[in-house]
Design a protein around this ligand. Structure first.
Ligand SMILES: *[C@@H]1O[C@H](CO)[C@@H](O)[C@H](O)[C@H]1NC(C)=O
Ligand SMILES: *[C@@H]1O[C@H](CO)[C@@H](O)[C@H](O)[C@H]1NC(C)=O
Ligand SMILES: *[C@@H]1O[C@H](CO)[C@@H](O)[C@H](O)[C@H]1NC(C)=O
Length: 417
């Protein structure tokens, strides 16, 4: 058997294959240049895009809105000093579409805490509507007026991420509804999960639909922010480890560099447990909580860009047997560690840990974001009396958290030279 003689026939073949090769390269370059001029910019691989955006954050900040002049603007603390005032909502019709119009919600999809969309449940529409009959009035200050279009355009260039448990998911959903007129599902894979097999919520502003991988608003679920076994901040594909009860503890730190503003919270899923010590005591749990949150803060400080901002949301409590509340309270009903309260009395202790940590760092890129006093008065606004007396209906008081967040971000940006 003889091998085919390659040298004889290969000369013309090599020649033609080289021509094909050169033509292919030239075509590719032309196509690339065409894409370049057609897009806002070149489509870059994700990691290069990330560097680009964090450089941009460091370089300049766009104003969000002009702050009102001659007004006493709220801080998150002064905002919480006030009361719920009855101011009945006006609806065109007694239906879901009229609620959405009245509160300027743009979110056609359904999710668990949309109480006004429970057509088969007697009384739920009226209850959901009644929740909206009260307005939060701070005593001595006002917010920068909420401007959904300005905010959604702002987060197109300065994206906003929520990380935490289902209460932060609720805040994300409220924001997605308030800004939803200009937000869409990203058309392709954004790699927001870092390759981890998990669900994530994400939307992109209409102006960025052509930009591959762009995300404007996202939520990543992490019930504890760290892995409970070793207090590690998870990388994609790490195991979530031990969790207390049901929930999810997904990685999030890989996504930080893609967002300008990050709202963090963890609390309601922390419970006394043998994991923290043999006595299953509050003290043991608080030692663990402090240690874990210190690790989070240290990581943030070492990894934030100069203009990134972290908002640590406070942790309001729930209300035992919340069906007893049919209007906002004048005075708070503080949890007493009764059965059925899920240790809600610890939430203010979690807040104290964060306030101390923030003060210790002296780093003003990390802010405590207080929503507690106003939220704690809304025993009437919970999602499922009496089975879920922690989450609240949307629309509802969580929309006010987001209007406060808008105001805080607008003030913060105006402050930066
Ligand atoms: C929130 O603000 C209120 C009113 O200023 C204040 O009394 C309360 O202590 C603050 N809560 C937290 C958790 O900081
Ligand atoms: C997805 O994100 C992860 C974590 O940030 C990164 O390591 C990986 O390279 C990204 N994959 C793509 C295809 O961009
Ligand atoms: C557990 O409780 C016992 C008895 O009250 C006490 O002596 C011990 O120090 C506690 N252990 C921890 C880790 O707190």
């Amino acid at each position: 058997m003889s091998l085919p003689d390659s040298t004889q026939s290969s000369l013309p073949q090599q020649f033609w294959s080289r021509i094909v090769y050169i033509v292919a390269i030239v075509t590719f370059i032309l196509l690339w240049m065409f894409t370049w001029s057609w897009q806002d910019g070149p489509i870059l691989p994700t990691h290069e895009r990330e560097t680009q955006s964090s450089d941009r954050y460091a370089a300049k900040l766009d104003p969000l809105v002009n702050l009102p002049k001659n007004k006493q603007l709220c801080t998150s603390d002064t905002y919480n000093n006030g009361q719920w005032v009855k101011q009945p909502i006006k609806l065109e019709k007694n239906n879901a579409a009229s609620i959405e119009k009245a509160v300027k919600y743009h979110c056609a999809w359904n999710f668990p805490h949309k109480c006004y969309r429970r057509p088969n449940e007697e009384g739920e529409f009226a209850r959901a509507r009644h929740i909206l009959d009260y307005q939060w009035k701070p005593k001595k200050c006002e917010l920068v007026p909420f401007d959904a279009n300005a905010f959604s355009a702002y987060i197109a260039d300065h994206p906003l991420l929520f990380v935490g448990d289902s209460i932060n998911q609720l805040e994300y959903e409220s924001m997605a509804c308030l800004l939803g007129e200009k937000l869409y599902n990203p058309p392709g894979d954004t790699n927001i999960t870092g390759g981890h097999n998990m669900w994530a919520s994400q939307l992109v502003h209409e102006s960025k639909l052509q930009v591959q991988g762009a995300v404007s608003l996202a939520y990543l679920r992490s019930d504890y922010l760290v892995r409970l076994d070793d207090f590690k901040l998870l990388d994609p594909n790490d195991d979530e480890g031990f969790v207390i009860g049901r929930g999810s503890n997904y990685p999030w730190k890989h996504a930080l560099s893609r967002f300008h503003h990050i709202v963090l919270n963890t609390g309601p899923h922390w419970h006394t447990d043998k994991k923290w010590g043999p006595n299953e005591s509050d003290e043991e749990m608080m030692v663990a909580y402090k240690k874990a949150m210190k690790i989070v803060v240290d990581y943030l400080i070492d990894n934030m860009t100069p203009l990134q901002r972290i908002w640590i949301r406070s942790t309001p409590y729930g209300h035992l047997k919340c069906s007893q509340y049919t209007e906002p309270s004048k005075v708070p009903h503080v949890p007493q560690r009764k059965p059925g309260e899920f240790q809600w009395d610890m939430h203010v202790k979690f807040d104290e840990v964060w306030k101390d940590l923030i003060e210790e760092t002296g780093d003003d890129r990390i802010k405590f974001f207080n929503v507690s006093s106003m939220a704690n008065l809304r025993g009437d606004a919970h999602s499922r009396p009496d089975s879920d007396c922690l989450h609240t209906c949307l629309p509802g008081p969580v929309d006010d958290w987001n209007k406060l967040l808008f105001s805080e971000i607008a003030r913060e940006i105006a402050r930066i030279p």
